[in-house]
Design a protein around this ligand. Structure first.
Ligand SMILES: C[S@@+](CC[C@H](N)C(=O)[O-])C[C@H]1O[C@@H](n2cnc3c(N)ncnc32)[C@H](O)[C@@H]1O
Length: 220
């Protein structure tokens, strides 16, 4: 009896998360709108101008990066595992990119076959960021690079403490996003050499305001 009740609770929790994920995808662009207009859109444009050759973006979401990719990439692949997110992504991609339903830890491309990887606000959300980073190392060619914008753990004591306090509720609201992800440390631990600068995600909630922008190389 107790086991059946537990199974029912788990099933209800799962159904609720699925329903919320679908709502979250619908409100995603609207909820980011203030931040996009206060500077994130410019950060995306400046970062993605550096994309070259065969390029793959993980967790491409609703496709807010699509308009910023330079013309002349040899191939653009947008990977997104969430069907609700990818509906808008497919529309935004039009004919210029291939959209694939793939997780960052299981990318449908060969070893050393990419010139550029892209991750914007994704390494906070993937369940196993180390597995995702190892997979990205697998698919990047020697000399290839990962372009990143990620919100991260705050340096300041007050904001770091607020992030710790709101970690749980924020993750429930933002479909698993960890507001205090130590992404620069994860990159180093997974063998990347990162060149990142700190910035602010203006006009967004304080817990996601500290961001890093830059590139990471898989080689020495
Ligand atoms: C906060 S959104 C970022 C979307 C987009 N990159 C942007 O800059 O607006 C996080 C995205 O990561 C995706 N995601 C979650 N888990 C993932 C995983 N294991 N592998 C790849 N993407 C994942 C989500 O579906 C969602 O689209």
């Amino acid at each position: 009896m107790a086991a059946a009740a537990d199974a029912l609770t788990v099933a209800r929790g799962h159904r609720w998360r699925m329903t919320w994920a679908s709502c979250f995808a619908r409100i995603y662009d609207l909820s980011l709108w203030p931040g996009e207009h206060a500077g994130m859109r410019r950060h995306r444009r400046e970062l993605l101008a550096q994309a070259r050759g065969r390029t793959l973006e993980i967790g491409a979401g609703t496709g807010l990066n699509v308009e910023h990719y330079p013309a002349g990439l040899s191939e653009l692949i947008l990977a997104e595992p969430d069907a609700s997110m990818s509906r808008r992504l497919v529309r935004r991609a039009g004919g210029r990119a291939a959209v694939v339903a793939a997780r960052a830890d299981d990318l449908p491309v060969d070893d050393s076959s990419l010139d550029t990887g892209v991750s914007t606000c994704v390494l906070c959300t993937v369940e196993e960021p180390e597995a995702a980073l190892h997979e990205i190392r697998r698919v990047l060619s020697p000399g290839g690079r990962l372009l990143l914008i990620e919100h991260v753990r705050a340096d300041g004591r007050w904001l770091a403490s607020l992030q710790r306090t709101l970690r749980g509720p924020w993750a429930r609201f933002a479909c698993g996003c960890r507001c205090d992800q130590p992404t620069p440390d994860l990159l180093r631990a997974c063998g990347f050499r990162a060149e990142l600068r700190a910035a602010r995600w203006r006009a967004m909630p304080p817990v996601v305001r500290p961001i890093v922008i830059g590139q990471a190389f898989a080689g020495p």
